[in-house]
Structures are given as structure tokens and as C-alpha cells.
Write a protein that binds this ligand. Structure first.
Ligand code: ADP
Ligand code: ADP
Length: 228
């Protein structure tokens, strides 16, 4: 589903990615872990093309996604659902409109966009809060809107960039629960950056450890966590 090879990225003199290789198979849940500053965000942002890598290749469903023109880039973005650390919701829009808006921008009819948005919000447990605005929702609920927005795109892959890192500790559980349900369903390929060890242990098919811009170890949770 996703193939990253020898990805390099510098910010000026600062090396963020130093030759990353990574494969994610269809339906797989891969969790990326590693110390702050090791390049996790940069990797994820290169994959959804919020950041341009300096060199290396990224293929999604067999298609190269580096060196794209704007039209091709928009087509690729449709296949990728992105969940941000800071939610990135539009404050004056309702939950429903926050989720439906990207679909409408893709040319989906208003009725169909609303239907898909309602369905996705139901899935994350917000079926009764469709008309609430972000200010009226808790942080955990706001992030669940963010998850619904990614889900409603029916993406081939979902990328998660520390989705619980900006939440109050008592709200983290509800978001992890929704994430785990989605993983259990197994409909979507997932690439998740998180520091949540117990979630990773339960939900990941494979854990990838990064350090200093490189992949330093990977394997199924029982293998990598029981390393001496
Ligand atoms: P992580 O997500 O693992 O915390 P990042 O990918 O955010 O790591 O960052 C990797 C390295 O690149 C860090 O040293 C960080 O300070 C640096 N970095 C990230 N983004 C930028 C940027 N826009 N400009 C300069 N340096 C950056
Ligand atoms: P996160 O932990 O969510 O990756 P960061 O605090 O690392 O967030 O980065 C937030 C933003 O600042 C990102 O757009 C990142 O590219 C940028 N950034 C990170 N480190 C640096 C840096 N050393 N210099 C300039 N920009 C940076």
C-alpha cells in the first residue's frame, strides 16, 4: 500500500530524515515511535505532501507520489486521511460541516457529503453533536471530529500525527478507544505516530522505532517490546 525508500529531508543544516525505508501493507496498522525530534512528523508530512522531501521515493498503491503537479497532488490527497495533533477544525463551522467540507470541496454533492459526514460522526460516537461547534466540544470530542473528517474521505490510508499528544490526560482514553475500534474493523490501512505504549502494544501489527532520522528497529509488538 505504502512504500517509502531512502527518504531524505534537511531543514537548512538540520537533518530531519536520513534515508528512511518503510513499507506498510494493505490493511496493516503500523505505529511509529521514537524520541522527540527524530523525524516522525517530517516523515508523515512527506507522505501526505505537506512537506517536500529532498530525495527518495514514496509510492502509494503503486503510484509514485513525489514530483507531482498540483492536479495529481490533489488526487493523491483524496486517498489519504490525516489526523492532526492540534485537530485543525474550523471554529465557526459545526461538527457536521467540518467533516462534510472537505468532501464538498472534492465535488461530492451536499446531500452525499452530509450523509457521509453524519455516518462518520456516528462512528466516533458524536451522532448527537452534529450541530455543535468546536468551542462547545471537549478536546476529546474535537479530536473525534478530526478523526471523522479523515474517515469520511474513505481514504486508502490514514496517517495520524500524535493524535492524543495535545489532549488532557483524562480525555486521551476516549480517543484511543475510537482509534482501537477503527483498527479492529480493519477496513483502513493505518500509519500512526504516537507515544501511547499500551495502545501500540494492543493495536499495532508492527512497531517502527526511529532515531535521528532513521528507522532503527521494527517488528511486531511482542518482539520489539520484549527485546532485552
Ligand atoms: P518528531 O516528529 O519526531 O518530533 P520532527 O519531524 O518534528 O520530529 O523534527 C525532526 C527534526 O527536524 C527536529 O530536529 C526538528 O527540530 C527539525 N525540524 C522540523 N521541522 C522543521 C522546520 N520546519 N524547520 C527547521 N527544522 C525543523
Ligand atoms: P509536532 O510535535 O506536532 O511535530 P513541532 O512542535 O515539532 O510539532 O512542530 C510544529 C511546527 O514547527 C511544524 O510545522 C514544524 O515543521 C515546525 N518546526 C519544528 N521544529 C522546528 C525548528 N527547529 N525550526 C523551525 N520550525 C520547526
Amino acid at each position: 500500500m505504502l512504500e517509502v525508500s531512502d527518504l531524505m529531508k534537511n531543514y537548512g543544516r538540520k537533518q530531519a530524515l536520513d534515508g528512511v525505508d518503510l513499507r506498510v501493507e494493505k490493511g496493516e496498522t503500523v505505529v511509529i515511535m521514537g524520541p522527540s525530534g527524530c523525524g516522525k512528523s517530517t516523515l508523515i508530512r512527506c507522505i501526505n505532501r505537506l512537506t517536500e522531501p529532498d530525495s527518495g521515493a514514496i509510492r502509494l498503491a503503486g503510484q509514485p507520489i513525489t514530483d507531482l503537479n498540483l492536479h495529481e497532488l490533489l488526487a493523491v490527497r483524496r486517498k489519504i486521511g490525516f489526523v492532526f495533533q492540534h485537530f485543525n477544525l474550523i471554529r465557526r463551522l459545526t461538527a457536521l460541516d467540518n467533516v462534510a467540507m472537505p468532501l464538498r470541496l472534492q465535488g461530492v454533492s451536499v446531500e452525499e457529503a452530509n450523509r457521509r459526514a453524519e455516518c462518520a460522526l456516528g462512528k466516533v460516537g458524536l451522532g448527537t453533536k452534529l450541530q455543535d461547534r468546536p468551542d462547545e466540544l471537549s478536546g476529546g470530542e474535537q479530536q473525534r471530529v478530526g478523526i471523522a473528517r479523515a474517515l469520511a474521505l474513505e481514504p486508502e490510508i490514514m496517517l495520524w500525527d500524535e493524535p492524543t499528544a495535545s489532549l488532557d490526560p483524562i480525555l486521551i482514553g476516549e480517543v484511543l478507544e475510537v482509534m482501537e475500534e477503527l483498527v479492529q474493523e480493519g477496513n483502513t490501512t493505518m500509519l500512526i505516530v504516537t507515544h501511547e505504549l499500551s495502545f501500540a502494544r494492543r493495536a499495532a501489527d508492527r512497531i517502527v522505532f526511529m532515531d535521528k532520522g532513521r528507522v532503527v528497529e521494527e517488528g511486531p509488538p511482542q518482539q520489539v517490546f520484549e527485546h532485552p
